[in-house]
Structures are given as structure tokens and as C-alpha cells.
Design a protein around this ligand. Structure first.
Ligand SMILES: *[C@@H]1O[C@H](CO)[C@@H](O)[C@H](O)[C@H]1NC(C)=O
Ligand SMILES: *[C@@H]1O[C@H](CO)[C@@H](O)[C@H](O)[C@H]1NC(C)=O
Ligand SMILES: *[C@@H]1O[C@H](CO)[C@@H](O)[C@H](O)[C@H]1NC(C)=O
Ligand SMILES: *[C@@H]1O[C@H](CO)[C@@H](O)[C@H](O)[C@H]1NC(C)=O
Length: 429
């Protein structure tokens, strides 16, 4: 009932918007933005803690690189069972991030969708602030915006741009209810997020995102060039062609091309098992992960651990638990199966990355050594659209906004601060 698509349903039910709900959390979704605070049912929190306390450990055989370690399992279990304080976590998220719920009604191929959304929205006091849509990815959530949001809305001085920041949860993640029927992929998310920006009065805006955020922004910039002025992606992926691979085999690849292909192949061969499962049979794994909060946390931590720069940060048990709760509270199926929708829309093809829509608005890309787009050359990046600027960093990883906020902020300020090249002079009038 969450994702009604028939217009008559809309006329009947739009007023009775409280039909939209989330398991284990009191949330209402109406036709305009309403302030929202996280308050998860305390019986559910205690049930979760008990499941963790009773978790059965695998019989470890001392192999490396097959998933989180015995030590990780034990650390997270013990912390969760004995010390983790959801009350404090919830209160600190609510204090730090101003959240809202709403329903948007994009019309996609003559179907009116009703999409309930949870989002963060911080308005800048600066009069010249630019609306910025921040889109999170897998296995993250809206929490990825936490470490950059205040500097974006209140930059240190007037020589760098300020932003009104909107950070929605993709349906199925965080506190945006999962779609109740298949067919909601990056195209539909683009329509929904564009409708959200318009509902907030931001007819023109820029986008920043990594992972799924970096995928969705390419659909959205392609579909709504009148609204999306410019984008900065820290996950601009291009699948190497057969010719690129042959050139590497023949020793003709440049150092950047060789590094990029090797990183991609290592990821595909050694670290993408979760992805193949999620884009083919997401329900199969979901039975286990819905039932075992610790299993769910290990599922996402396996990837989280691989894609950060160990010289910069180490995940704490508290972060691992809190990030996993952004899937576990409403149930992980909707978030898990977004991969399937991304594959259905062509952006993943079996083990490879697929073809993404061409972006014609100005694009900047940022690359970090612990992410899989690292070193991709600019001429390859341009196969995906109008990529003008490429920032290559010497440290950091996949969750740039969270892990190396100062580096990403610098890229955001430089790119969108260049009014001519990025096109943000459109906001001057
Ligand atoms: C996870 O295990 C690895 C390898 O044993 C270790 O380096 C890391 O600190 C552990 N992290 C946690 C949160 O237990
Ligand atoms: C958390 O809050 C609930 C009620 O909101 C209370 O019953 C419980 O004791 C609190 N737990 C902790 C660890 O403070
Ligand atoms: C949408 O409706 C218009 C007008 O009725 C029609 O011309 C068009 O073919 C429809 N498009 C789709 C994708 O059904
Ligand atoms: C303004 O802040 C930016 C970002 O921190 C910094 O790079 C720049 O030097 C500052 N400019 C002035 C005039 O203080």
C-alpha cells in the first residue's frame, strides 16, 4: 500500500495520508514536509539486543578475506549486548540532523506514484545559498551527510559558496518506507527526488553523491536538465570496454588505466559477492538478515571495512551497529533489493557495471584511493557525459563525505564556486 500507482487510488487516499507507515517506528507521512524525529519502539530495541546476545558464532577456520573476522563478530556482539545505547544514538541523530517526512507524487509514464520520503533539510542563512541534493549509497544512509552538512550551510567565509542541503533516504533505506511492489529503481528515485526538491521550492539545484547517489544523480541529471544545474560525483563509474582490456593485456594501457582496471577486477573477483546476491536473489539473504541483527551488521560491515582508508579511520562497533540499524529497523529487504532494480535499469550487468544515462550538464568527479573509481582517466569518464573536472586525492575512500569531509568540501566549494564552468551562475538571478 506504500507505493500506490493508480490515479484513482490517489484521489481516494491522498487525504488519508496516515496509511503510510514504517515498522517499529512512529512515522506519519503527509502531503507536505512535516518535522520528524526518530523514536524507535523500545520493545523492538530490546528484542534486537536479545537476538544479538543469543547470536551463534560461525565456526571460524582462520581464512582471510572471506568476510569480517572472528574478532569483529565478538567485538560488535559484546558491545551491542552490553553497552550500545540506542536512546543516546537516537537523541544525537535527532539533535544533529533536522529531519522531515513528506509524500511526493511524481508522474512517471502516466502513472502517478505516491512516494513517502524521509529527508534531512538544513536551510542556510546565506542569501546566495545554492540548493544541494545529497544522495547516499549502499551500505550507507542519510547519516553519510552528518560530517559535511554544517560546513555546507554555514561555510567559514564568504569566498566559498553556501548551500541549502537536502539529504533524502532512498525508499527502503533509513526511514523512507520500502516500495511495496517491484519497479522502483534509479529512474523512479530520480523522479521522486526531483519532485521533493520542487516541493521544497528548489526548482533549480545541484547534486552531490557517491555509490547509489552517484548512480541516481546520473539518471536525474539526464532526465531533468532544466532542474539539475550541475553535479559532483564521488562515484563516477565507467565499465572498461573490451578494447580497454585488450590494450592492458598488450601493455598499451597508461598507468592510470591499468590501476583503474586492476582495482575494478579486484573488487569484482574478491569483494562483490553481496552485490551478485542482492541483484539476483535479494529475498534469500533477507530471511537471515531480517532475523539476525548481528548477521545484518556483518553483511554490511564486510563492505564498509574494505572501502575506507585505514590511515584515516577505523569503524567503531558503535558506528557499525548504528549504520546497520538504518537497514534493520524497517527491515533490510527494500534496501537490499535496490541492487536488483539498478540492474533491471541497466546500470549493472552481471558482474560488470552497465550503461548509465548520458549527463549533459557540467560534471565534476572526485576519486579516492580506497574507492573503486580511483584513477579512472578523464577521457574515460567523459564517455558518461560532460565531465569537466577530475579531482584525484591521495587518501580517503568510498564514504568521502563521512570519512574525509574536508577533502570533499574543498571539491564541492571549488566546483560549485566556479560559477561559469559549473553553471551555478544560474542561481544569481
Ligand atoms: C575487525 O577485524 C580486523 C582484523 O581482525 C581488525 O583490524 C579491526 O580492528 C576489527 N574491527 C572491529 C570493529 O572489530
Ligand atoms: C531508554 O529509554 C526508555 C524509554 O524511552 C527507557 O525505558 C530505558 O530505560 C532507556 N534506556 C537507557 C539505556 O537509558
Ligand atoms: C501518456 O499519455 C499521453 C496522453 O494520453 C499519451 O499520448 C502517451 O502515449 C502516454 N505515454 C505512455 C508512456 O503511456
Ligand atoms: C575561506 O574558507 C576557505 C575554506 O576553508 C579557505 O580555503 C579560504 O582560504 C578562506 N578565505 C578567506 C579569505 O579567509
Amino acid at each position: 500500500m506504500i507505493l500506490l500507482h493508480v490515479i484513482t487510488f490517489c484521489t481516494i487516499f491522498c487525504a488519508a495520508a496516515d496509511i503510510f507507515s514504517l515498522p517499529n517506528i512512529g512515522a506519519t507521512f503527509g502531503n507536505s514536509p512535516t518535522p520528524f524525529e526518530i523514536h524507535v519502539d523500545r520493545d523492538f530495541i530490546e528484542d534486537t539486543r536479545q537476538r544479538v546476545a543469543y547470536s551463534r558464532a560461525p565456526v571460524f577456520i582462520g581464512a582471510n578475506g572471506e568476510g569480517p573476522s572472528n574478532e569483529n563478530f565478538t567485538n560488535v556482539r559484546d558491545y551491542w549486548a552490553n553497552e550500545y545505547d540506542w536512546n543516546m544514538t537516537e537523541a544525537s541523530i535527532n539533535k544533529k540532523l533536522q529531519q522531515f517526512t513528506t509524500i511526493v507524487e511524481p508522474v512517471i509514464e502516466n502513472d502517478t506514484y505516491l512516494v513517502p520520503l524521509h529527508f534531512v533539510h538544513h536551510h542556510s542563512p546565506r542569501e546566495d545559498a545554492i540548493p544541494l541534493l545529497f544522495i547516499h549509497g549502499w551500505p550507507g544512509s542519510f547519516l553519510e551527510v552528518s560530517n559535511i552538512i554544517n560546513s555546507l550551510t554555514n561555510p567559514p567565509n564568504g569566498s566559498v559558496p553556501a548551500f541549502h542541503v537536502v539529504a533524502p533516504s532512498i525508499p527502503g533505506f533509513g526511514f523512507s518506507p520500502a516500495p511495496q511492489r517491484p519497479g522502483f529503481g534509479p529512474t523512479e528515485a530520480s523522479y521522486a527526488f526531483n519532485a521533493l526538491m520542487c516541493q521544497l521550492g528548489y526548482k533549480k539545484y545541484v547534486i552531490q553523491g557517491g555509490d547509489f547517489g552517484g548512480v541516481i544523480l546520473r539518471f536525474q541529471a539526464h532526465l531533468f536538465p532544466e532542474n539539475v544545474v550541475s553535479v559532483l560525483s564521488n562515484f563516477w563509474i565507467i565499465q572498461p570496454t573490451e578494447n580497454d582490456i585488450r590494450r592492458l593485456a598488450e601493455g598499451l594501457a597508461t598507468p592510470d588505466e591499468a590501476t583503474y582496471i586492476n582495482i575494478l577486477e579486484t573488487y569484482i573477483n574478491q569483494a562483490s559477492g553481496y552485490r551478485i546476491m542482492q541483484q539476483t536473489q535479494p529475498l534469500t539473504a533477507t530471511f537471515a538478515l531480517s532475523d539476525s541483527p548481528l548477521g545484518n551488521a556483518m553483511w554490511i560491515y564486510a563492505l564498509m571495512a574494505e572501502v575506507i582508508d585505514p590511515a584515516i579511520m577505523a569503524w567503531t562497533p558503535e558506528e557499525i551497529i548504528t549504520w546497520s540499524m538504518m537497514y534493520y529497523i524497517q527491515g533490510p529487504y527494500g534496501g537490499m533489493r535496490f541492487y536488483k532494480e539498478v540492474a533491471n535499469e541497466g546500470a549493472l550487468e552481471g558482474l560488470d557495471f552497465g550503461t548509465l544515462p548520458l549527463v549533459e550538464v557540467p560534471v565534476a568527479i572526485s576519486q579516492f584511493p580506497y574507492d573503486i573509481t580511483y584513477c579512472m582517466p578523464l577521457d574515460w569518464a567523459r564517455r558518461g557525459g560532460n565531465v569537466i573536472k577530475r579531482n584525484v586525492h591521495s587518501h580517503g575512500g568510498h564514504f568521502a563525505a563521512y570519512e574525509v569531509p574536508d577533502l570533499l568540501l574543498r571539491d564541492i566549494w571549488e566546483w560549485f564556486g566556479d560559477k561559469e564552468v559549473s553553471g551555478t551562475k544560474a542561481f544569481l538571478s
